[in-house]
Design a protein around this ligand. Structure first.
Ligand code: PMP
Length: 315
C-alpha cells in the first residue's frame, strides 16, 4: 500500500524529508508523553485547485496553550506557527484532502518526569486522509467504563500527548464491544466526550453540548458547530448532560477534526431517535462540509487557502 505520508516534514527548524525527521528512543516525550499535538484538516476546495486549511490560527493558538500548560518555551507565536504549518502545506503541494499533525515535545534524553530544563521542539508532518469514521451510516457508541481524565490530573482542555492513553482505553473498550466509538463520562458522572471528538445531543429541537468544565477538549469543531447553530436560529445550551439523557435524545452526533460530523444511531444498544440522521444534525453537517469545501462563503474567514500543485502545474 502506498504511504499516505507526504514528502516533507518540519523538524528542528527546517523543512526536511519526512524520512529524516527522527528522534531518539530515549526522548522524554516518548517515555512520559510530555508533548502536545494538533490535528488539522486541509480540504480540497470545490474549485479543485485550492487546499482550504480549516481554522489554522485557532488550532495554532490551542497548540500554544497546550505548550504553555507544559511550561514550554518555543520561538513561535500564533501567527508564526500558523505560517510554518501553511509553509509545509505549500511545500508538499497536496492534490487531495490532508490531515496535518503539528506537535510540540520535550526532546531531551532525561530520566526524571518533570516539565522544565528538558528543552522544547516543534515538528509537523502531514498525510493524505479521507473520512476517519464512515459517514454514510450512523455510529454505534457505548458509554465507556473509563472516566475522562479530570483536568487536575492531566489537563483535559488541551491536546496533551500522554493524555491519549485515556482515549486509547476508551476506544479499545468500544471496539472490543463491537461499537465504533466510546462516550466518556467525567468523574462526577456527567457526559464528557468521545475518545477523539466532542459530543452533541438534540432534545426537542435544542442543541446541547457539555461545557468545557466537564473535562472536555476545547474543541474547534465544537465551537464551529455552536456558531453554525446560532446563525441558523437553532437554540443551543452548553450545560452538563446526564447519562440517561443520551438514551432519550432525539439526535446525537460526534464532531471533531478527524470524525468531522458523524451522527450516532445507537448508544449502549439503545436506538437514538428513529435511527436516522436527524434534521438538526443534517443541517449542521451540510453547513460544515459546505464551509470546508468553499461552497458556503459566510465562514470563508475560517479557511486558509493554499494553491495546490494541480494549479501550479497549469500556471
Ligand atoms: N476531544 C478529543 C479528546 C479530541 O482528541 C478531539 C480531536 N482533536 C476533539 C475532542 C475534537 O477537537 P477538534 O474539533 O478541535 O478537532
Amino acid at each position: 500500500m502506498q504511504s499516505p505520508m507526504l514528502e516533507y516534514a518540519f523538524f528542528q527548524g527546517n523543512y526536511v524529508p519526512f524520512a529524516e525527521a527522527n528522534i531518539s528512543i530515549g526522548t522524554h516525550c516518548v517515555q512520559y508523553g510530555t508533548g502536545a499535538f494538533a490535528g488539522i484538516r486541509g480540504y480540497l476546495d470545490q474549485d479543485g485547485e485550492t487546499i482550504n486549511i480549516f481554522r489554522l490560527p485557532d488550532h495554532s493558538a490551542r497548540l500554544l496553550n497546550s505548550a504553555k500548560l507544559l511550561r514550554m518555551d518555543l520561538p513561535f507565536d500564533r501567527d508564526s506557527l500558523a505560517a510554518t504549518i501553511a509553509g509545509l502545506v505549500e511545500r508538499n503541494a497536496p492534490t487531495s484532502d490532508v490531515y496535518i499533525r503539528p506537535f510540540v515535545y520535550k526532546p531531551a534524553v532525561q530520566l526524571t518526569p518533570r516539565l522544565r530544563g528538558i528543552g522544547d521542539e516543534l515538528a509537523v508532518y502531514m498525510m493524505s486522509m479521507g473520512d476517519y469514521l464512515k459517514l454514510d451510516r450512523g455510529q454505534k457508541a457505548i458509554v465507556s467504563s473509563w472516566f475522562r481524565i479530570p483536568d487536575n490530573a492531566i489537563p483535559s482542555r488541551g491536546k496533551v500527548s500522554g493524555a491519549y492513553i485515556n482515549s486509547a482505553f476508551a476506544k479499545d473498550e468500544a471496539e472490543e464491544k463491537g461499537a465504533d466509538e466510546a462516550i466518556m463520562l467525567d468523574t462526577s458522572g456527567h457526559v464528557a466526550e468521545g475518545s477523539g471528538c466532542n459530543l452533541f445531543v438534540v432534545r426537542n429541537g435544542t442543541l446541547i453540548t457539555p461545557p468545557i468544565t466537564s473535562d472536555v477538549l476545547e474543541g474547534i469543531t465544537r465551537r464551529s458547530i455552536l456558531q453554525f447553530a446560532e446563525d441558523a436560529g437553532i437554540p443551543t445550551e452548553v450545560r452538563e448532560i446526564d447519562r440517561t439523557e443520551l438514551y432519550i435524545a432525539d439526535e446525537a452526533f460526534f464532531c471533531g477534526t478527524g470524525v468531522q460530523v458523524a451522527w450516532i444511531e445507537a448508544i449502549d444498544g439503545r436506538p437514538v431517535g428513529n435511527q436516522t440522521r436527524g434534521p438538526v444534525t443534517e443541517h449542521l453537517q451540510t453547513t460544515f462540509f459546505d464551509t470546508v469545501r468553499g461552497r458556503n462563503t459566510r465562514y470563508a474567514d475560517w479557511l486558509t487557502p493554499i494553491r495546490s500543485r494541480v494549479a501550479t502545474a497549469a500556471d
